[in-house]
Each structure stands twice: as structure tokens, then as C-alpha cells.
Design a protein around this ligand. Sequence first.
Ligand SMILES: [Zn+2]
Length: 195
Amino acid sequence: MLEPESGEGAIAPLIEELLGRLGEDPKRDGLLRTPERVDKALHFLTSGYQMKVEDVLNGALYDVKYDEMVVVRDIEFFSLCEHHMLPFYGKMHVAYLPQKKVIGLSKIPRLVDMFARRLQIQERLTQEVAQTLMEAIEPLGVGVICEARHFCMMMRGVEKQHSGAMTSAMLGGFRDCKETRDEFLALVNHRNNGF
Ligand SMILES: [Zn+2]
């Protein structure tokens, strides 16, 4: 992983200040190394800013004659909402219809991580994964469904009933063809199939 431009340690003094303003004593035993830890954690959780699509995909595109839907289901992700900098996490389901190329399957979760490790809103995260795949593989279509739970809703006691949110992005054939979309939804919803 690349070192962030701001450099590790740059955030620690701010966290020490923050602890004080929250009414804590940053000098007490349990908190002494907290600014350093938060610094490291935040740099990791936002490390997606230092990553580029080309590096993540790293040329893992293959020419094939395969024109059935490719689906990668239940990709776990953890992100931070840009409104509260609190976690939201969940699962993403990604599908595409190859045209000439397929991508190494392990690259899709890495792509999800790259966008999730930035300050996000769920809608944009979903769109970015879909758009990036559309540009990188030039498939006939891309479908992405994202289910997530938001700590900013769960912990602050607001709209608990909406703490689980679903978003989707349907591009190309996934938008234009109901059959394709239905096939994707059926594959995503088909639990207990031995996996
Ligand atoms: Zn939020």
C-alpha cells in the first residue's frame, strides 16, 4: 500500500485536540496512544484515495468467448459515510455480461474495497463500482446491488427502521432488458444453494 501523502502521524495531534474538546483527558493512561491508533486506522480506512483503478485491476483482463452472466455475490465491504464519518457496511452483488473480455474474479472485491475505503455515500459507492467495470471491461452491461447498514442511523437513534438501505446501479443490458435484470436478481436472491 502506498504511503498517504499527508503522512502517518499527521492526524494524531488533531485527535489529541479532539479528545480534549470532547471532555476527555488525553493524557490518561488508556488514551495515551489513542491519537496514534486513530491516525493509523483512519489512514487505512481511507486508503482507497491512494489507489488507482489501473493498479487494482492490474491488467487482469482476459479475452474469452463467454457470453453468459458473470456474478460475484456477497462481497463484504466496510466504508465511512461522508456525512458523519461513521461506518456503514454490508454486501455488494456485482454482475456483468461479457462482450469480449472477462476480468479476474478476485479483482472485483478489490475494486469494491478501493471505493469503500474512501468517504462515501452508498449511492455513489454503488455507481462507482458499476461505472468503473463498464469502462474497464466494456461489457454488454453491468448490474450492482448494494445492501448496507449505517451506524449514523443505528447509533444516533434516528430512523432505525431505515438503517438497512438498498441501492442499485443497472447499466447497459441490465437497464434495457428486464430478462437480464431478473436473471441477476434471481441469482442474487438464490440463497442456500450449497455455497
Ligand atoms: Zn451518515
